[in-house]
Design a protein around this ligand. Structure first.
Ligand SMILES: [Zn+2]
Length: 124
């Protein structure tokens, strides 16, 4: 439904980004999604299939990353689209990679970043 949140807000570089359904507005513009930096908002059209919505979510998140980490540097849309497509496919094909990255970062946050390399760093 229009304006309804699609997922819980995501955090990009410390900024809270809402993800909402904006099917009508996007359909009018013939877009699958949109990044509205001034509102920290990702809009997704739910009129497309779930895979397209997921790809769009990755795509718009890359725009958000560009806004936060590259100060909205001018990037060409084809590059964003290709990077998003690549990331989407890597995420889908490698759930173990995402879990590993997450668990490594989590271990670091918990102060035992050497958890996976048995014996290393245990004695100091
Ligand atoms: Zn784009």
């Amino acid at each position: 439904m229009e304006g309804e949140k699609i997922i819980e807000p995501i955090i990009v570089g410390g900024f809270t980004v809402r993800v909402e359904d904006a099917s009508s507005a996007l359909q009018y513009q013939q877009l699958c999604g949109s990044w509205l930096g001034y509102r920290n908002l990702i809009q997704i059209s739910t009129t497309y299939d779930k895979q397209t919505q997921a790809q769009t979510l990755v795509h718009e998140t890359l725009h958000a990353i560009n806004a936060v980490y590259l100060e909205s540097r001018e990037v060409d849309e084809a590059t964003v689209a290709a990077m998003a497509q690549g990331w989407f496919q890597v995420i889908i094909d490698n759930p173990h990679l995402i879990k590993k990255i997450w668990s490594m970062a989590e271990a670091e946050r918990e102060g035992n970043g050497v958890k996976d390399t048995e014996g290393v760093g245990e004695k100091d």
